[in-house]
Design a protein around this ligand. Sequence first.
Ligand SMILES: CC(C)(COP(=O)(O)OP(=O)(O)OC[C@H]1O[C@@H](n2cnc3c(N)ncnc32)[C@H](O)[C@@H]1OP(=O)(O)O)[C@@H](O)C(=O)NCCC(=O)NCCS
Length: 422
Amino acid sequence: MTDDLTSATLDLHDESEEGAARVTGWLEAVMRGFHQGSPTEEFGTRWLQSQRADGAVNRGVWQAPVAGLSNAVPVATFGHIVKTINTGAAVVPAWMITDVTVAPTHRRRGLMRRLMTENLDAAVADGAPLAVLTASEGSIYQRFGFGPATREARVRVDTSPRFRLRERLADDGRVVIVPATEAWPLLEKVFARHHEVTRGSVGRPTYYEEWLKGYDWDEMSEDRKQRLAVHLDAGGEPDGFVAYAMKRKDEVGEVEVRDMVTAGPAAHLGLWRFLADIDLAEVVTAPAPVIDPLQHALVDHRVRRVTSVGDHLWVRILDLVACLEARPWSGEGELVVRVIDELGHADGTVRVEAGGGRATAAPSSAQPEVTLDVETLGALYLGDVPVDVLARADRLEGTEDAVRRFAALADGSPSPYCNTHF
Ligand SMILES: CC(C)(COP(=O)(O)OP(=O)(O)OC[C@H]1O[C@@H](n2cnc3c(N)ncnc32)[C@H](O)[C@@H]1OP(=O)(O)O)[C@@H](O)C(=O)NCCC(=O)NCCS
């Protein structure tokens, strides 16, 4: 750091006047960085509880006081929590990076680069197999080895009588509307079931609990419009939920889905039936997987219109062998793969031997058959994009035969979906 800048980890348990001011200042810097209003005291208290519960590690860079002003608000922030990710074949630790901001007065001086490289070093020292983040801009994080690995769509579904599901899937469960004051234990169970079966799912930060209990983090106040419906399976166990609110826009009643979590197809389609049955609304807008079973369950798939698609979860492989062994593989065969990583963490050549849905990977000195950089590996890790497409984008090196064999082994497992925002 330069003479007037010092970096430190925020002590979330320091309740001294100075410590509390630093905590409040750190939060203020994050809110400012993302162009949100200054937090209220209540927001700050809830946020702190949630950060403590998640064991958040928050770094900041503070400037020496100038012009007699307080310096409690840092000029850069960088946080992480450790939860888990479902890779499609296993649930492994996920180092979740968040709250990356640098004040406009200190941009482009390498502060973020420094915080990021230090943080990834810490992740490796901690044994994290991979790191994940979500990005507000599309061209910042590739240089640190992150690849966009899941996408999320927003859909607008016409729920007039045109909305009809094919009748093939019998749903012997049912939907119940649950008050926010009672719902949390059910929602928690649903998410745990969803996380076990959904490739690309990451563990949810604690602030989801506050939100689903009715605290609106954006408005910094109680949300009395949000409703919750839970799908129960045939045995009465919760296996899906939806959080939604009614809106009227241009004289059209709209159900705005804010969160939808399901652990299986019956819950997913059962909740869509429920949403379509809500009276005084002709439209449902919702976040959705890009490859969405709903589309194929509809009699007229055009009632579901995609209004936007964006990248969501970015993956950064840190431990090459552990990550390759933790993901699903198809078919049987072996291939020597070279991964280039400028930061060194995942750099190396490995022989991948696939069989029985998994693979073993071991360092190899053989001539690589396929070469790719760590960012490209991150992008294909969860199966959102097939090898063939990346090869046609000139992101892989190898003979046609080697790339075809790589595709046969690496592709073909469930498409990912991450519905957690952090
Ligand atoms: C994005 C942000 C964190 C960058 O911080 P910074 O300290 O200015 O970045 P650095 O000076 O360390 O730059 C590191 C590298 O990223 C590049 N970079 C930084 N911001 C970028 C941007 N917005 N778009 C593209 N590249 C960017 C730099 O050119 C630099 O590249 P190089 O090291 O290869 O030459 C900062 O601009 C910010 O706070 N933005 C608003 C909040 C935000 O968008 N946060 C990211 C949320 S996930």
